[in-house]
Design a protein around this ligand. Structure first.
Ligand code: TMP
Length: 217
């Protein structure tokens, strides 16, 4: 369900396993869109508002290793509810392009396919948390789970509680993403994240340009 009545903006999300490179690609994609004359707002999940950032700290802290997956699900949803109301909907209402590093599909991939929670139930929760707001376009950066974790380990970023789930968990997450891509090809596009970063960026630009019907140079 996409509930974007009277919202002229475009909502684009990037998804992918940990280490797939979304975070470094998004600013470059935003620059490209700005040069094409689009007004772009970038954000990320979990986080993106002062309240959502506080929830993110609870979610990621290594001190919270005993967190139950249901707690995790509700925390991701609460951080997202705030982000939607405070940033995403107002930006879309102003006709902007919102580019988000992760969104509700991450909950389906990680908590649904990864932890094994019922997907239909999660979709209901996500509809509640987001007021039914789903992206217009989702770019999935595909990468083998083991390669993604290796990149995370060697990337210099702090290793967090969520990275610490076992490889089998991350493999289920990737499988989940691939299932979502094939189930809804009108919204999802698969980008090969094994390419060198420059080529990943070219694929992203080409895909977004086609979707928005703007020049790709
Ligand atoms: P990142 O900041 O490296 O993208 O880390 C976010 C982590 O949180 C990543 O491991 C994916 C995970 N995550 C979920 O498990 N569920 C969610 O709904 C979201 C947004 C992220």
């Amino acid at each position: 369900m996409t509930n974007k009545t009277a919202m002229p903006g475009i909502f684009i999300t990037l998804e992918g396993p940990d280490g797939s490179g979304k975070t470094s690609q998004i600013p470059l994609l935003a620059d490209y869109l700005s040069h094409q004359g689009c007004e772009v707002v970038t954000t990320r999940e979990p986080g993106g508002t002062a309240i959502s950032d506080q929830v993110k700290d609870v979610l990621k802290s290594m001190k919270n290793k005993s967190m139950h997956p249901r707690t995790e699900i509700l925390l991701f949803c609460s951080a997202r509810a705030q982000l939607v109301e405070e940033l995403i909907r107002p930006s879309l209402a102003l006709g902007k392009i919102v580019l988000s590093d992760r969104y509700a599909d991450s909950t389906l991939a990680y908590q649904g396919y990864g932890h094994g929670y019922d997907l239909a139930l999660l979709r209901q929760l996500l509809d509640f948390a987001t007021g039914g707001l789903w992206p217009d376009l989702t770019l999935y950066l595909d990468l083998d789970a083991e390669e993604g974790l290796n990149r995370r380990r060697s990337g210099g970023d702090e290793w967090d509680r969520l990275d610490d789930y076992a490889l089998a968990f991350h493999q289920r997450v990737r499988k989940g993403y691939l299932e979502m891509v094939s189930a809804a090809p009108q919204r999802w596009r698969l980008i090969d994240a094994c390419q060198i970063p420059r080529d990943v960026q070219s694929s992203l630009r080409q895909t977004v340009a086609e979707f928005l019907k703007i020049p790709n140079e």
